[in-house]
Ligand binder design. Structure first.
Ligand code: TRP
Length: 471
């Protein structure tokens, strides 16, 4: 048996204690604000059923093959993301510069982490609002009793104006995240996933069933699953591919990193399929959870971040036991966001531990501090620093503040480019013997996977990048 050692070269390397732990952690990474905030908002903005159908198509044909590619690089390398790619490149007699694809991923993960924790802080704020509300509204009534519609609409803008409050909440979220990352893979990251993910599923199902009885469930079914193919425009298709990628946490070396803690005995193809299936199911159920509540209150299904932070609080007001459901809802969102931020922080942490031969605890704290600082800048980019446009000189990023720049640069450029390089590396560059032994596929499925990784994924992803730049 090959025993891989940790960054000091002596102690055995930490890893998942079981296949189930890996699945829960990977699902925890994938299921996050992307499923609960972005998916319903994108489906709403892009015409419902046609978007949903095409999204599922993208998950299976593009997301899943890249997910398998990332996990197999990591499992083979048993090391940080860059080192894992470097090893596979060396064994394939390819240039060591391929490790740049993982380097780009490490940078992206850090950038996403910084603003993801700011949004995590907003979720904490809403948990606070609904805890306080239990005392004023009681448990049986609707939420936010006595507040007028204008008062409720003012909650979110007031938060965005308050840079200091957002800073404090961001730092609290970063501290909770680093608590798990600093304790290691089996002793921290895995613990978070094993406790929080089942709790998340229970809350999601509970709220969905409650909403199905009280809310506009059949209207939601029509909305999400009636496919009107005339609505399937190129814009809608590109939105669906982008969302599929973000939701599966691809293109930022995250699944290379988590894959590196997987044991040799795990079948990667089957496991990746479970992860993709779980992530997609959660996105769909999130739609079935949110829209009945929104429609029952007679509100609109559109509106980006406002769907969660503005529309839903209005809807909870007119719902029986809305204060309890509102609180449960934001706790659920907080759990999902936390397991994703933990995954995002692990990518730069494991990279830095390996690179600088440092111990986990101080490395994680250093990364958290840097991400916290960038997060503070993001928080102020919505108020005091709103006039500062870091990449304003590039037309693509014109007029964007710090937070939107971090989001746009990663979503439009770094993530798809990282994923293209991953697909090309695994499909064309890496030695076929390394791949064949690692992916757990044979026969026709193996051929199909190779075809998708070699052709479909790079071509479609290149289109996304070009469309993002010129479209
Ligand atoms: N998939 C996460 C979500 O749906 C967000 C995300 C994108 C992510 N890239 C990641 C999480 C990398 C962990 C690692 O919210």
């Amino acid at each position: 048996m090959v025993v891989t050692t940790g960054s000091d070269g002596i102690t055995p390397r930490d890893g998942w204690s079981s296949r189930t732990a890996f699945i829960l952690a990977a699902v925890g990474s994938a299921v996050g604000l992307g499923n609960l905030v972005r998916f319903p908002a994108e489906a709403g903005a892009n015409g419902g059923g046609a978007f949903v159908l095409f999204y599922i198509f993208c998950i299976v044909l593009i997301g899943l093959p890249v997910l398998l590619s990332e996990t197999l690089i990591g499992r083979h390398g048993q090391s940080s993301a860059t080192e894992s790619v470097r090893r596979m490149a060396a064994e394939s007699k390819a240039s060591r510069y391929w490790e740049g694809l993982a380097g780009l991923g490490v940078i992206s993960a850090f950038m996403i982490l910084a603003f993801y924790c700011v949004i995590g802080g907003w979720v904490l704020y809403y948990i606070g609002v609904f805890v306080g509300d239990l005392f004023t509204s009681g448990v049986t009534g609707g939420a936010l009793a006595g507040m007028s519609a204008e008062d409720i609409s003012a909650i979110f803008p007031a938060l965005l104006e308050n840079g200091l409050l957002m800073t404090v909440l961001d730092l609290v979220f970063v501290v909770i995240t680093v608590y798990f990352v600093a304790r290691g893979v089996s002793g921290g990251i895995e613990i978070a996933a094993v406790w929080l993910m089942p709790a998340f599923f229970i809350l999601l199902l509970g709220i969905t069933i409650y909403g199905a009885f009280g809310g506009a469930f059949s209207e939601t079914l029509t909305y999400l699953f009636t496919v009107d193919f005339t609505k399937l425009t190129p814009d809608v298709m590109l939105a669906a591919v982008g969302q599929a990628f973000f939701s599966l946490s691809l293109g930022v070396a995250g699944m290379i990193t988590y894959g590196s803690y997987v044991g040799r005995d795990v079948n990667l193809a089957g496991t990746s399929a479970i992860i993709a299936f779980a992530d997609t199911s959660v996105a769909l159920v999130a739609g079935l959870c949110i829209f009945p509540i929104v429609f029952a209150a007679g509100l609109s299904s559109e509106g980006g971040l406002g769907l969660m932070f503005d529309t839903l609080p209005h809807a909870f007001q007119s719902m029986p036991a809305g204060s309890v459901i509102g609180l449960a809802f934001f706790i659920m969102v907080g759990f999902a966001a936390l397991t994703s931020s933990v995954a995002l922080m692990e990518v730069p942490t494991s990279w830095a531990m390996e690179k600088f031969k440092t111990r986990r605890m101080p490395t994680a704290i250093a990364i958290a501090t840097l991400a916290g600082l960038l997060g503070v800048a993001s928080a102020y980019s919505m108020n005091a620093l709103s006039g500062f446009h870091p990449l304003g000189f590039i037309p693509l990023f014109e007029g964007l503040g710090i937070m939107d720049t971090l989001d746009s640069v990663t979503a439009k450029l770094f993530m798809p480019i990282g994923a293209i390089l991953t697909a090309v590396f695994v499909g064309w560059i890496a030695d076929k013997r390394l791949i064949n032994g690692e992916n757990g596929l044979d026969g026709g499925l193996h051929k199909l996977w190779l075809f998708l990784v070699r052709w479909l994924c790079p071509v479609v992803l290149t289109l996304i990048v070009l469309f993002g730049i010129f479209g």
